[in-house]
Each structure stands twice: as C-alpha cells, then as structure tokens.
Write a protein that binds this ligand. Structure first.
Ligand code: MTE
Ligand code: CO
Length: 390
C-alpha cells in the first residue's frame, strides 16, 4: 500500500536522537523550515529603504492575528531607536494643564486590550491602473491585525483637560520625520489608544516602540509611531501627510481630503499567486481575509467563475469591529481553470465594489483607498495569477 512505500514513514534522525534542551532559544524563533515566511519588499517601489515599505506575507498566515515579526513596516525616516527611560509624551496646546508623561506615568492609567487592523491607505495602490503585482502579499499586504494593550487616549486628554475650542489633535512622532497628523477631537475621545504592547509583548521597534497611537478603522498613516507629542488645537494643521500625501486626486483634478476611514475590503489569500493549488483536483480549501473600518464583516461572497455564480463563504471567528475576519470556502475542484473573487459586506450594509465601479467614481489618479474586488486566475495546473476581468 501507499502507506508502506511512503518514504515519510522511515525512521528519521529526529526519532533516534534527543532533541535540544530548553533555553536553546530563550526568545523562540520559527522552525528553519518556515524560513520563506517573511516580510518582502517591492524593489522598484521606493528609492531608499529608509523611506519605504515592506509587506505582510498574508498567503502564509491563517487565523486573524498577525505575528509581531511579520507585521508590515512603513517608515518615512527609518526606525527610531528610542530609549524608553528617556522617552516622554507631551500633551500641550489648548489644554488646562499641559503634561509631560514618562512611560511609567502612562502605565498608571487604566488600560484596555483591543484587536484592530492597521491598513496603510496606499494598500493596493499599485493596482489602480490595472493588475500589476503577483501575490496578495504585494497587492494587499500593507495590513496587520494585532491585539493592542494601551490607555484610552480619552483618559490622557481628560487628565490634561482639553479646552472647549480644542476640536483637533496633532499627533507627532519621535522619528527623524517627526511624522504628524491632525485628528478630529471626536475620534480622539472615541476609541483611540495610546498603546505600548502588541500581542502581549512590548511593541517592536518597527511598530513604534515604546509607544504608538492606535486609531481604529482609520488609515495607517494616522497611527503615529514613537508617539512624543499630542497638541490640542482649534483647526487641522495641514501637514504634508494631509495635503501633498494621503489625499485622493479625483479625475477632475480636485483632491478629496481627510478620507480617514478604511472601506470594507477582502482578499483570497489561498489559492493565490504565492499559494498555488499543488494537490490537483478534489477537496480544496479556499480562504481569505475581510475587514472594514466601520464595523464587522457579517458576510463574504466567493465566486469561482469570475462572478457568474456567487457562494456565501463560511465566516470563522472571532468577529470584532475594525479587525480582520477570516473566511473559508471548502469546495471540490474539478481541475478546470478558475476565476476567484471575494466580496465583503460590512455591518453598515456596504458592499465591496468592483474595480471598475470604483474607477467610475474615483478616476485613476488615486494612490490611496483602493478597496476594489481582487481577481486571481487559477489555471489547470493550479497556478494563480493576478488578473482583471470586466
Ligand atoms: N509614524 C511615524 N512616527 N513615522 C512613520 O513613518 N508611518 C505611518 C504610520 N505611523 C509612520 C508612522 C504609516 S504611512 C503607516 S501605514 C503606519 O505607521 C505603518 O505602521 P507599521 O509600520 O506598524 O506597519
Ligand atoms: Co501608510
């Protein structure tokens, strides 16, 4: 029988020798067989790695939580090497009592834990004018989903006492870019966090160690890393990141500004160009991720034939607002070519649009906020490719 001739049932070295003892790796690392599971860059995208981006390997992951070492990175001036003992968070501007907080001070505010996705507004930005990058890591990998431990921003602002004219908040980073964004006070007092832990451990340097802002559901650029200052003001600051960047140039040349919320979106992570079908016809697991900056994802539809027939995917838990949702569609593959798409519905009733619908409204000048439906063409060998159909 196959079982008796399978070389895998041999006596292997690891069955005959004792393994490593505890403490060989005091901080554990993945199996060397998983060395291919890593963040990757797109070489031509930026001129220099100091102001650049890499991508989360979505095709290699399952569940919803992104492991810390695989969270994509986006830095405007490299990773700031911050000494937490010397780091301070200043709260100034239109407040009754300006504050300068140490990390120890921050740890004495009541804290909470929440899972949220962070999506760069530029995610899928290279796909506006047609399909370009072969892999969901590159088309959709400017996203991660992490459990944050942090202090509600509201509590810090209440401690400083924001004056009634304080309608906006400037968040500023301690990196060489001093990256800054204006945030409406209403959002700051709603669900933002001043976070210092991710998935239970200290923030990674790449993610803003020792403290970053969490702005649930809103574009990643506002989640200021290495957070050093919060200033209350009566109007937005019109910084670079909200004028020349992170605005959406429409077909008529007018730019939409302050488009903070991330619209509902989804992507099939397997099969996909970096995760082809290798097993031939028969039982096949299709899986993907869906998310919305406005709530939860009660439903995802999946098509195998480019939108002629749609099936409801199986949603897998947990389902929490402004976090990634995992879906599955288990089917019998007949070995014929497939045109795979997924379409997210969010809890507000919004349905993810096709790329053509999106372009009809937004034109093709945009970089940001591309949440159009993604298509993978799978051939009879199971190989997948990024395509567009209309
Ligand atoms: N904060 C600072 N201080 N400096 C930065 O360059 N990049 C922003 C945001 N916060 C940035 C920053 C952008 S554009 C994004 S998409 C997210 O951080 C990326 O977060 P990540 O590196 O944890 O993925
Ligand atoms: Co970004």
């Amino acid at each position: 029988s196959a079982a008796q001739t399978d070389p895998g049932i041999a006596i292997h070295p690891w069955m005959q020798e004792l393994g490593d003892g505890v403490d060989v790796a005091p901080y554990g690392m993945p199996s060397p067989h998983e060395a291919d599971v890593k963040r990757r860059t797109v070489e031509w995208l930026t001129a220099d790695p100091v102001s650049s981006i890499n991508f989360t390997p979505l095709h290699d992951l399952d569940g919803t939580i992104t492991p810390n070492g695989l969270c994509f990175e986006r830095h405007h001036s490299g990773v700031a090497e911050v000494d937490p003992a010397k780091h301070r968070l200043m709260i100034n501007g239109l407040v009754d009592k300006p504050l300068v907080l140490t990390m120890d001070d921050l740890h004495r505010f009541p804290r909470e834990n929440h899972v949220y996705f962070l999506e760069c507004a530029a995610n899928s930005g290279m796909e506006w004018r047609g399909s370009q990058l072969n892999g969901c890591q590159f088309t959709h990998g400017m996203i991660h989903n992490v459990q944050y431990t942090g202090v509600p921003l509201r509590l810090v602002l209440e401690e400083a006492g924001v004056k009634p004219e304080g309608k906006w908040l400037l968040a500023e980073g301690a990196d060489a870019a001093a990256m800054s964004r204006s945030i409406p006070m209403e959002k700051a007092l709603d669900d933002c966090l001043v976070a210092f832990k991710m998935n239970g451990e200290a923030l990674r340097p790449e993610q803003g160690y020792p403290v970053r802002l969490v702005v649930p559901g809103w574009e990643g650029n506002m989640w200021v890393k290495w957070l050093r200052r919060l200033e209350a003001g009566d109007q937005p600051w019109h910084h670079r990141e909200e004028t020349s960047k992170y605005t959406d140039l429409m077909a008529d040349g007018v730019a939409r500004r302050f488009t903070w919320e991330m619209d509902a979106k989804s992507v099939i992570t397997s099969p996909s160009p970096q995760a082809p079908i290798t097993h031939g016809p028969g039982p096949t697991v299709l899986t993907g991720l869906a998310w919305s900056g406005r709530g939860t994802i009660p439903r995802v539809d999946v098509t195998l034939d480019g939108g002629i027939t749609w099936h409801q995917a199986r949603m897998d838990g947990p389902s929490t607002p402004k976090a990634l949702h995992r879906f599955y569609f288990d089917f019998e593959w007949d070995g014929k070519p497939l045109l795979l798409q997924s379409r997210a519905h969010d809890s507000t009733g919004y349905v993810q649009p096709t790329k053509d619908t999106l372009r009809a409204v937004r034109g093709e000048n945009s970089i940001y906020h591309n949440n159009g439906i993604q298509t993978w063409a799978v051939d009879a060998d199971g190989k997948a490719e990024n395509v567009e159909i209309s």
